[in-house]
Design a protein around this ligand. Structure first.
Ligand code: SF4
Length: 176
């Protein structure tokens, strides 16, 4: 049973298609308190929620506590993207995913964060494996979600569905 941490519809669509085609039915966990401002958060959440509904995929809505996220990256605000701020950001989100997985009886977690070419696969793997390290009952699925034609499908599904065009990663420090 897979609990899939999901950051937005553009990053999730091809992964969901790939999983469902393989008869793997994940539950989505939208836990992204990094997104700022809240209006942007609501847009991304609503879009993914509607998309999940159209596919009949279960969706769990995580808390939005941006102050808690700011605490998690405190002192790293000025770091560049792909730097240590992002590693902490991934760790926070994936730890919450691992904790929820344990609570609800899932045995595997993964994240759609890994589909974006702007993010470091290495950092995501470090964060995911760190997140499950205290929970022997669950594993982090360290798949490269950019291979197996998934990058191409990402582009196609983005266009087909007319997803909201995000201009930055998510936090206020990534606004350009
Ligand atoms: S740039 Fe993206 S991954 Fe990095 S800290 Fe901000 S929201 Fe998180």
């Amino acid at each position: 049973m897979l609990l899939l941490h999901a950051c937005c519809a553009p990053c999730s669509a091809a992964i969901l298609e790939w999983l469902l085609n393989k008869d793997i039915h994940p539950t989505l966990f939208f836990f992204n308190p990094n997104i700022y401002p809240q209006q942007e958060y609501e847009i991304r959440k609503k879009e993914l929620q509607n998309y999940a509904k159209s596919l009949n995929v279960d969706f769990i809505d995580g808390d939005y506590d941006h102050k808690l996220w700011l605490n998690a990256i405190a002192g790293l605000e000025d770091q560049p993207e792909r730097g240590s701020r992002c590693l902490n950001c991934f760790k926070m989100r994936l730890l919450a995913t691992a904790q929820l997985a344990v609570q609800l009886g899932f045995n595997q977690i993964a994240t759609t964060l890994a589909s974006s070419r702007w993010k470091s696969l290495e950092q995501i793997a470090i964060a995911g494996n760190w997140a499950v390290s205290s929970f022997p009952a669950i594993e982090f699925w360290e798949k490269n979600w950019r291979k197996d034609g998934l990058n191409e499908r990402r582009r196609i599904l983005l266009k087909e569905n007319g997803f909201y065009n995000q201009q930055y990663c998510g936090c206020e420090f990534s606004v350009t």
